[in-house]
Ligand binder design. Structure first.
Ligand SMILES: [Zn+2]
Ligand SMILES: [Zn+2]
Length: 388
């Protein structure tokens, strides 16, 4: 009887595993930037509440950062840089932020969307739009337009790229009015909107966002929370280890990487991060050995050899190994312009210029691979801006 009771209890304990946590909706924050019209703010508030089914709260108005002339301004007049505004929105977001939405009336541009009206970075929490080029419309139509803009940018924040079909992820606003999402993008939007801010996917994205902004402690916290909810995800473990390396917490990083390799022995990611870890400690031979182990496990030879060549050239200072890997990139079918340029430079050494870089850490980027960042994290290349 007693043992039956205990076995029933243990079954219960298993079914109430610690990964099952409450669904936490979070809050959508709305931030006027500059002097946007009150009617547009009210529209945005309504649309966001409807789309996200979450509380929408306004934060105090923020002044525009000084306008400047960028290579990407749509006209000769100075304009505002979308990337800087998105970063500013994310500088200290409230802890319960699901999304933070900036609205402005100012002209905005970015390097990829010269005359765009709205901006967001994929997998990050900030989105932004400007009313500068929106013509006046009757109320119902204006509301529908705001809804289209928001849905599209929210889609980007959930990871969606642009779409060529009849879909609200089409790049041009007029082509997506009164359209829903295509079969490819619909599940992405539905899943994105259904996320809990305490869920593993959400927390992993927050970790990457904080890491891009150089908030390594917050990144570490978010990755750890993500792994508590869903353990043994090698990508998240690799990101966590990189954030720990960035904070100089090398032993903790090694522990995380050992565990990651134990759980996913075929993954190249822990090896790449170890290469970075040893490179930052000037242990170049160990770094090279782990880099090679990563390349040998990498299912994508072109990106693996590109990465290895760059690390050999810029960090490990081994030009012949760099040339060897760049050539393997080419023989595997890769034609990356950066690899071609570097190879051309390496093969004509008189044109080479070397300066000691202040490389403090390497950073993993899902798309780019391993990125080298100098002490000035602000200048580290981030994921590209996406715009309508
Ligand atoms: Zn689509
Ligand atoms: Zn877009």
């Amino acid at each position: 009887m007693r043992s039956a009771f205990f076995s029933a209890l243990s079954v219960m304990a298993l079914s109430c595993s610690p990964t099952a946590v409450d669904w936490v909706p979070g809050v959508v924050y709305l931030v006027p930037i500059g002097e946007p019209e009150a009617t547009e703010l009210a529209r945005a508030e309504k649309v966001l509440a409807l789309l996200t089914q979450r509380p929408v709260r306004r934060l105090p108005r923020r002044p525009l950062l000084p306008a400047a002339v960028h290579p990407h301004c749509p006209t000769a007049a100075p304009c505002y840089d979308a990337g800087s505004i998105l970063d500013e929105l994310l500088s200290e977001p409230p802890r319960d932020t699901f999304r933070i939405v900036g609205i402005t009336e100012a002209p905005i541009s970015s390097s990829v969307g010269h005359d765009s009206i709205a901006f967001a970075r994929r997998h990050e929490r900030a989105l932004l739009y400007t009313t500068v080029s929106l013509r006046p419309l009757p109320d119902a139509q204006a509301l529908a337009r705001t809804r289209q803009i928001m849905s599209h940018e929210l889609g980007h924040t959930f990871g969606a790229q642009h779409c060529s079909g009849p879909c609200l992820m089409q790049p041009r606003l007029e082509h997506r009015l009164a359209t829903g999402a295509c079969p490819l993008h619909r599940p992405l939007l539905v899943e994105g909107l259904a996320q809990s801010i305490a869920g593993p996917t959400f927390l992993a994205a927050v970790g990457r966002e904080r890491g891009r902004l150089g908030d390594w402690n917050e990144a570490i916290d978010a990755y750890r929370r993500s792994l508590r909810r869903r353990p043994r995800v090698v990508e998240v473990e690799a990101h966590l280890a990189l954030a720990l390396v960035a904070r100089g917490r090398h032993l903790e990083a090694e522990d995380v990487l050992d565990q990651a390799s134990y759980n996913a022995p075929d993954s190249p990611l822990p090896f790449y991060v170890r290469a970075g870890l040893f490179a930052t400690q000037d242990r170049t031979q160990r770094a090279a050995a782990h880099l090679e182990s990563g390349v040998n496990r990498d299912p994508n030879p072109t990106s693996a050899h590109r990465l290895a060549g760059i690390v050999y050239q810029d960090v490990l200072r081994d030009e012949s190994a760099a040339i060897y890997h760049f050539r393997l990139h080419l023989s595997a079918g890769g034609r990356d312009p950066e690899v071609l340029g570097r190879l051309a430079m390496l093969l004509t050494p008189t044109t080479l210029l070397f300066t000691e870089p202040e490389v403090v850490v390497v950073r993993w980027d899902v798309r780019e691979g391993l990125l080298l960042a100098s002490a000035g994290w602000g200048q580290a290349p981030g994921p590209p801006l996406v715009a309508p």
